[in-house]
Design a protein around this ligand. Structure first.
Ligand SMILES: O=c1[nH]c(=O)c2[nH]c(=O)[nH]c2[nH]1
Length: 334
């Protein structure tokens, strides 16, 4: 952003500015004969560049309307060969915008992907397996895949840098044993009892960051020449161009560790999850989790002469909506 003229009557200076369109909702159908693929995305596009005068001087000549950003998003949803891969689609969208507008130096594209899974048809089997329906889908949970991309043209339109992080949110999990919490600080504020066995439930917020990549500027006027560089595509195991597999592995690792770990605490389980994501994905530089500790409290039935508090007898629990613990950490590659 170029600096604005500050007159003496203005006590403040425009320190940063971004604008764009949020919640661009799009469903795309890709027809592969009778076999269809669908993706549903909520897209947010924000831009930075030489736009200060639109704030400081009411100069709209530098404004690409947010309405146009919505239209570009729908246009690329129609023509981009990358539409089924949210990381690649977001890179394409960001690259398109910074290449088209000379005064726009950075594009930030966030994609939230909603779940549409194939309906398994029990009466149709292929080699003994339930057949996934070719064009019927169901929302199998509120979990969302998340992609955040920055396309940075500040070093030049022919020196684009892509910064990508991805992950998931709202993956709700619960285990009814295999979790303890003991040995924590005990002082005058402590009311929590130590437990060798408890319910562990959380809503996983996972995000991992890839190493920055250089991007080829689109060659043609319609900016459709954005291609995954071949050498990168082939040698990119666990990196940005392997993003669908990374997403699957990170999700599986998270669920596996959650289920199998004899958890000493949310902190210790989180750390193991992060280590596994780093170990399994060579292109991932760091992994962050935010894990709320969603408490379930055994109901005290002693007034009825019923034991629902001792470990083996705790069977009826109340989910607490608030407060919850919140355990967060980032594990970075050494
Ligand atoms: O796994 C946990 N970590 C904590 O930091 C904590 N604090 C708390 O009250 N319960 C728990 N559980």
């Amino acid at each position: 952003m170029s600096s604005a003229t500050v007159t003496s009557s203005e006590p403040g200076v425009l320190a940063s500015a971004q604008y764009g369109k949020d919640l661009v909702r799009v469903l795309r159908v890709v027809r592969d004969g009778k076999f269809h693929h669908v993706v549903e995305y909520n897209v947010c596009v924000l831009l930075e560049g030489d736009i200060a005068s639109s704030y400081t001087q009411a100069d709209n000549s530098v404004v690409v309307a947010t309405d146009s950003m919505k239209n570009i998003t729908y246009y690329l949803a129609k023509v981009s060969p990358h539409i089924l891969h949210p990381e690649h689609f977001a890179l394409h969208l960001g690259t398109h915008i910074v290449s088209k507008y000379a005064h726009i130096h950075r594009a930030f594209v966030d994609v939230e992907q909603l779940r549409w899974s194939r309906i398994p048809i029990a009466s149709d089997t292929v080699e003994g397996q339930t057949a996934p329906h070719p064009h019927a889908f169901w929302r199998d949970g509120g979990e969302k895949r998340i992609v955040k991309v920055e396309v940075d043209a500040s070093a030049g339109k022919d020196k684009l840098v892509g910064r990508v992080s991805a992950g998931l949110v709202d993956l709700l999990v619960l285990k009814s044993t295999g979790s303890a919490f003991t040995g924590f600080v005990r002082d005058e504020y402590t009311t929590l009892t130590e437990v060798d066995d408890r319910i562990f439930s959380t809503s996983v917020d996972l995000s991992y960051t890839f190493a920055p990549i250089s991007l080829a500027a689109p060659a043609d006027d319609k900016n459709l020449a954005f291609d995954v560089p071949k050498e990168l595509a082939e040698g990119d195991k666990g990196g940005v161009w392997d993003a669908d597999k990374v997403s699957e592995r990170a999700r599986t690792a998270t669920l596996d560790i959650f289920a199998k770990d004899e958890s000493a605490s949310v902190q210790a389980t989180l750390y193991k999850m992060g280590q596994r994501v780093i170990a399994e994905n060579a292109g991932v530089q760091s992994v962050s989790y935010k894990l709320p500790n969603k408490h379930y409290v055994p109901v005290d039935m002693r007034y009825l002469g019923v034991d629902n508090l001792t470990l083996a007898q705790a069977e009826v629990f109340v989910p607490l909506t608030a407060p919850s613990g919140l355990i967060a950490a980032t594990i970075a590659r050494k």
